[in-house]
Design a protein around this ligand. Sequence first.
Ligand code: FAD
Ligand code: NAI
Length: 474
Amino acid sequence: MSKQFDVLVVGGGPGGYVAAIRAAQLGFKTACCESNPYADPKGEPRLGGTCLNVGCIPSKALLHTSHLFEEAGHSFAAQGINVGTPKIDVSKMMARKSSIVDQLTGGIKGLFKKNKVTLLNGHGSFVAKTPEGWQVKVGEEVVVAQQVIVATGSTARHLPGIPVDNKVVCDNVGALDIDSVPKKLAIIGAGVIGLEMGSVWRRLGSEVTILEAMPDFLAAADQDVAKEAQKLFAKQGLKFELGVTIGEVKIAKKGVSIAYKDKSGADQKLDADRLIVSVGRVPNTDGLNAEAVGLKLNERSQIEVDDHCRTNLPGVWAVGDVVRGPMLAHKAMEEGVMVAELIAGQAGHCNFDTVPWVIYTSPEIAWVGKTEQQLKAEGVAYKAGKIPFLANGRALGMGEPSGFVKMLADANTDRILGVHIIGANASELIAEAVVAMEFAGSSEDLARICHAHPTLSEVVHEAALAVDKRPLHF
Ligand code: FAD
Ligand code: NAI
């Protein structure tokens, strides 16, 4: 007889493993299957998906090491610390990154045990709906579940004619495993991965050129932030070519040559030792046998869902990168928890208006809510308060005077509509704005809260005061 579960989660990334843990906490007999494409030296199943294995966690480990390297080389001396010229041991840096990944992926296995989630090692695909529930083939066996949560995530989009070998031409997988500092690094796509990985290798000594198809830099961000970021990154040495059209890419054993048209239409050529292609991601819906069971996909091959992550099939849900919305780990986790709670008959909740974005460059970029250009386009009357980190004692003490906090609030109700930060620790500072917006807070609410001194959070406080044109320290 087939193994029977109340809930089967297909995919063990942030959306899937969190959904499985929450479902088990709510008393359901739960399993999670994972097809495990990630290389494991011991051949063991690895949980955590893109995020833990080839995404958020390894990239942040490399960003941290490269940031320290840059500080040691460029900032220590100004503070009276003389360490000479630092040298980078790339294999040690990579080994540290891998051990963090191992620790965390192993940790999720421990969480599965603790919460009594059954881990099934194998690719999941729909077979049929039967009176007992959904039959899903996992590896060689067929299991049956009343409820199925699809959390199969995404993989890097590749460009036609540019074969990725993850040695000379890399997507996110190879970009996180480069074995030596390339003298010249080319990147196609000035999005989140392009900026983060470009920063890592530039700090370590690469000459980095980023080729971007769009004429505007970071078009999704508030344009004030985007302009400041482009200026700061260019000053750091990242080279950008915007509005390009990529042509033929020739790959040799030791390098790559990229032909492209620049924004004026002139032919250009860029030679590099390595190329990273970071032009977005595609949902993993191939191999689910979606068509055979009538699971509806949209024109972008994402599984079609409503605001509660319900698909068109009864008892089938989908969360994370495989559905609409930003491809972010915390959004996937929120959806996973919501679905498990809805299955349990609870009021599962996911506020898509308060999902924060963070880019872990230096300085960091973080935002939540609407940008100024969105509010203008929507004809919303708003007030803005903007305070630079230069006016903050802690930022100066840390040697981090770049950037600003900008708060946008409704001109009539004062309700906060968006907060945009470029500056040190923006990834942490944005949490206060998320809390305020989640509880429909106003700039006045934030202005009345006592912020510790001296902290970077005082810049958020001052931005709230500035909305009402009464900043105290600027
Ligand atoms: P995934 O993490 O992609 O997990 C899906 C899992 O399902 C995978 O393990 C896959 O093997 C498995 N699977 C697929 N098909 C099947 C099947 N048929 N059967 C069984 N298993 C299957 N987001 C952030 O919020 N912050 C960051 O800092 C950040 N950094 C990133 C850096 C990089 C380089 C990249 C590439 C991404 C980053 N992201 C970041 C995005 C984040 O990784 C994703 O949004 C997140 O992993 C999505 O979670 P998920 O569970 O939907 O999918
Ligand atoms: P992205 O969508 O952030 O950026 C892709 C960039 O490539 C865009 O600027 C796009 O205009 C450009 N582009 C597309 N086609 C092109 C072409 N043919 N030639 C030149 N440029 C082209 O995608 P990216 O960087 O691949 O990251 C994928 C996703 O992973 C992100 O959208 C994000 O959801 C997630 N991610 C999140 C991180 C974070 O939260 N800090 C870090 C890294 C990734």
